[in-house]
Ligand binder design. Structure first.
Ligand code: ATP
Ligand code: MG
Length: 636
């Protein structure tokens, strides 16, 4: 085994040789002529001249060795269905879907928008698009019609694939009426709409536009649709960022670079089995997010692993449901988010003990900061490595983590890990743009170009926004800005300190809200906390804390609340100093988050300052925002 330090160095110093080797992890129809074309920075074109196909690499190339092994395991605890598709069956379903797309007039390069619940047909549709060179644009099924309409106008799909309905926590979520409303609102009208009828809700057919997939599936049963060999730089999909910090950006991804990046990450980061062993990967994300694209659909399948697609809550029928799946399908690698782990911990921590988890090698968590108490609890309960990894929709795969597939590397609590091969990660002084080379200095986390394979090519139809937003926001530097704060310790482990717009300025002192949050969460009574900066006439800004208690009864009288508020302020005084002390600590029942579990600090801050909460299309629970309004005494 090589040591990670030299593996990493080679990925930067001998970039092309390194990625030429990684390119051998996938099948090419024509091998690449140039590994990298960076003649027009910051636009990196990887594997130029090569032709390949994502669907071929995810499905067809496994048929000979693994045709009868499980490929897709679609589980719904909402409808009580559980269905396994072997690679051979998946191959057949994808071709049937691809034949349908062709019949409905979808051509190479056309966009197909997916607005779907977590059903197997959604995966068939993504792979079918990849197969014929259509560009998929998956819109998270939780979005309402306004957000959907905006994305329809941006993507201009010729076809939209949707379903009659989904279900969440036993509650029916009708998709078709929301879609009809979105199309009515949108300026762009798709020529065709294909509905997967799950028999959950009746739906009205718009004649000449709407199609029932059941009819097409029968018509195209046993269809043969060969993979189209596509240029490595051909756009495979577009996907929007979560919109935590502002207007979502349409991230555009290529074909060859993405396939290579995922294949390499499955080997070096997720330690996928090499050879013909049958193993199962379980990512609890949603296909509407980047984790779903990379590590429900493409990554595991490219590595020849079975992948679980899960529709349902982590707590229904009980908090053991995910662990039941781990036992039943002998899951070896699991991927989830800190927010889900916190939910499980609150519900029934003993649920972990009920199932045989011996197949599980590691649990990966990403999407938001992994606080130490949560990390400790889950790693001690599982008795398995819990591996934090930091990345973005823009990158498509991890930027910071530990690469145990290269060299066994211990994790450190609070740190997602080291710079991943291919990423030249730096910390810069936000004012001067100067690189911070000493240990433990705090700066803006940036990546020196070119970005490695798999990362965004540009913002969909907006090269200018790509350049201006990401590459021109640090004074005097042309580097990719992550918009996150970080520090690096002497051993190269990074710590993420929050978003660059989450910094507050109290009487001239710059404080990261994340640091104050960490301090408050160290108090035993605290379950969750959000800290925002609120405008203050005297100090510029003050920190305002919103705390969810493990036991809400601890602050149920004014005097109890006051006492606890004092105790929490003291915790901050002791760990960070009085300057960081929140002006107020409010106790609330829940914190507003996006549908992907990210704290909506932007909205909390706006409401705390009595401003309009802004774009709330991604909010999970509007009632939580109302609690913030009530707490700060600002009416709706
Ligand atoms: P938008 O860019 O539209 O505001 P977003 O940044 O929330 O939305 P994503 O791409 O889904 O959209 O999230 C990436 C961000 O999530 C990172 O920039 C970082 O702030 C946070 N993040 C992801 N993983 C981690 C992690 N392991 N530790 C800390 N923060 C993380
Ligand atoms: Mg972002």
């Amino acid at each position: 085994m090589p040591d990670y330090a030299s593996f990493y160095r080679r990925s930067i110093d001998q970039r092309e040789a390194f990625w030429a080797e990684q390119a051998a992890l996938i099948d090419w129809q024509t091998p690449p002529v140039h590994i990298l074309d960076y003649s027009r920075p910051p636009f990196a074109r990887w594997f130029v001249g090569g032709t390949t196909n994502l669907c071929h690499n995810a499905v067809d190339r496994h048929l000979a060795q693994r045709g009868q092994q499980d490929a897709l395991i679609a589980v719904s605890t909402e409808t009580g269905s559980e269905r396994c598709y072997s690679f051979a069956q998946l191959h057949a379903e994808v071709q049937t879907m691809a034949a349908t797309l062709l019949s409905l007039g979808v051509h190479q390069g056309d966009r197909v928008l997916l607005y779907m619940p977590m059903v197997a047909e959604a995966v068939f549709a993504m792979l079918a698009c990849a197969r014929i060179g259509a560009v998929h644009s998956v819109v998270f099924g939780g979005f309402a019609s306004v957000s959907l309409a905006g994305r329809i106008d941006d993507a201009e799909p010729v076809l939209i694939i949707s379903a009659d309905a989904g279900s969440r926590g036993g509650k029916l979520v009708p998709y078709k009426p929301l879609l009809d409303e979105a199309i009515a609102r949108a300026g762009h009208k798709p020529a065709r709409v294909l509905i997967v009828d799950r028999g959950l809700a009746p739906w009205a057919r718009v004649p000449g536009r709407d199609e029932d997939y059941a009819e097409w599936r029968t018509r195209h049963a046993n269809a043969t649709v060969p993979c189209v060999w596509l240029d490595a730089t051909h756009t495979s999909y577009t996907l929007y960022t979560s919109g935590t910090t502002g207007r979502p950006k349409g991230v555009q991804r290529d074909t060859g670079g993405y396939a290579v990046a995922l294949a390499a990450s499955m080997k070096h980061i997720f330690c996928a089995p090499q050879g013909d062993a049958a193993e199962t990967f379980f990512s609890t994300s949603d296909i509407g997010w980047v984790v779903g694209h990379s590590y429900i659909v493409y990554g595991p399948l490219i590595a020849g692993m079975a992948t679980i697609l899960y529709e349902g809550l982590p707590t229904r029928p009980d908090a053991a449901v995910w662990w039941r799946l781990v036992e039943q399908y002998r899951v070896s690698v699991m991927f989830s988010a800190p927010t889900a782990v916190r939910v499980l911990k609150k519900h029934d921590p003993a649920a972990l003990k009920r199932h045989d988890l011996s197949s599980l090698r590691a649990l990966f968590l990403a999407g938001e900061p992994l606080d130490e108490p949560t990390a400790r609890w889950i790693s001690e309960s599982l008795g398995r490595p819990v591996i934090d990894n930091y990345w973005q929709t823009e990158s498509g795969w991890p930027i910071l983590t530990v690469c145990n597939g290269v060299e066994k590397t211990p994790s450190r609590f609070g740190s997602p890990g080291k710079a991943v091969y291919g990423y030249e990660v730096k910390l810069l002084d936000e004012n001067t743009g100067e690189e911070l080379t000493e240990a433990n200095q705090k700066g803006v986390l940036v990546i020196e170009g070119p970005l490695p394979p798999g990362c965004m090519q540009t913002v969909w139809r907006d090269d200018d926004r790509f350049v201006k937003t990401y590459w021109q926001s640090v004074p005097g530097k042309h580097v990719y800005n992550s918009f996150d704060w970080g520090i690096r310790d002497a051993d190269g482990y990074f710590f993420i300190l929050g978003r660059t717009d989450d910094v507050i300025n109290v009487a001239g002192h710059r404080l990261g809200t994340r640091e104050i949050e960490e301090s408050l969460s160290s108090h035993a009574a605290v379950a969750e906390v959000a800290v925002v900066g609120v405008a203050d006439a005297l100090k510029g800004q003050v920190a305002m804390a919103f705390v969810v208690l493990k036991d809400s009864l601890q602050a149920d009288t004014p005097s109890a609340a006051l006492q606890l508020e004092g105790a929490l302020m003291k915790v901050v005084d002791d760990s960070l100093g009085a300057v960081a002390r929140p002006a107020r600590v409010h106790f609330v029942g829940a914190l507003p988050k996006t549908r992907s579990g990210k704290m909506l600090r932007r909205a909390i801050q706006a409401v705390s300052e009595g401003r309009d909460a802004g774009d709330l299309t991604t909010i999970e629970d509007p009632a939580a925002l109302q609690q913030i309004r009530d707490a700060v005494g600002r009416g709706p």
